[in-house]
Every structure is written in structure tokens, then in C-alpha cells.
Design a protein around this ligand. Sequence first.
Ligand code: SF4
Ligand code: SF4
Length: 198
Amino acid sequence: MTVSFPASRQRTVLAKLATLYADMDAAYAGAAAAAGLSCEGCAENCCVSFFQHHTLVEWLYLHKGLAALSAERRERYLARARDYVASAREALSRGETPRIMCPLNDDGLCGIYGQRLMICRLHGVPNVLIGGMGVREFPGCEPCQRLAAGNPNIKAMDRTPLLRRLAGLEMELWGSKAGRPPKVDMTLAEMLLRRPGE
Ligand code: SF4
Ligand code: SF4
């Protein structure tokens, strides 16, 4: 994927992404509190979930976080990312969905918490996405699904406006290039091992 963006545009868009992430965190915190969901002491760490489809803007921000780490810590995460990619390939070749711990997870704590991706921020609570494919419903993580089974009043969070803003930032980063930004069809481990433009 050979793409590059002017440094000034990257700075502007990444600053807006930081604001959007803060708004996502606030929306998530409200929905989690309403549902009675807490990640504290959770034994079902969702950082083993297999996610793809991310955005260029989030990929750039992830690398900003990675660049700020010490060389030793960064290399540790990259080594784990290489192991992750190999294990995921093996699982996929057996027809299985990989369930492998994220290379950035340090004993339950996220190693790049400030730069974690949208999916990491919004995954837990039940949520809906309203768009061209109608209303798509996501049940949230398993602990939250168990809470919802005992409390039918738990409302799904509408993540549509947050995703629209993220799509807007992706277009702003893309600028006047021809066509539309490509989907970043990679796992987080693969995103760590490459930079946008490589
Ligand atoms: S989002 Fe859900 S599964 Fe993930 S750590 Fe929190 S409570 Fe556990
Ligand atoms: S980036 Fe952080 S929150 Fe997201 S899966 Fe990895 S360790 Fe978990």
C-alpha cells in the first residue's frame, strides 16, 4: 500500500482523532456504567479477539504511540507481533478463527492505551450501527451479554455518529487523491509490523 500524506495534514487529522477517541471513551464509559459493566478483574480478556478492517488514520496514530516507546519495549512488541502473525496464519490455515493474545497486552494491561484502536474502545457494550446496510446490532462482549440477559433495559449504544466522524477523518487524510481510501484489512499485529505507505 504505497501512500503518503503531507506531515501538516497528518498532524491536523491525528489531533482530531485524539479528540474523537476521547469522545468515544466518554460515550463508552456512559454506556458501560448504565449496563453495570466493568473490565476490572475480567477473566475473559477480549484482547484475544480477532479483528481486521481498520483505518489509515488509526494506523498512523498507532505508529505514533509505538514511536514514543523505548526501543527495548517497542522491539518486545514487534517480536510478539511476528509470533502473532505466524500463529494466526496457522490457525486460519486450519479453518479456525485465531484466539491469540494481542502483542501489545502486558499481563492484562494495554501497552499503548492512549493509541488503542476504535474497536478496542467500543467493543464491550451492546451497540448499533445505522447505515446503508440498515441497522446492524452488535451484542458486546460476553460478560456484557450475560448482564443484558438479566437486564432487558440495557440500551445499545449508537456508535453511528462516532464512526461517521472516523470515516470523515479518513477522507480528510486521503485529501484529493483519486478514489477512496483502501480498507486496512490487517490485524493489529500486522499493522505494527508495517507502516502506512510501506
Ligand atoms: S470489554 Fe468485556 S470482555 Fe473485554 S475486558 Fe471488559 S468486561 Fe472483559
Ligand atoms: S491494543 Fe490494547 S486494548 Fe487493543 S487488543 Fe491490544 S492490548 Fe487490548
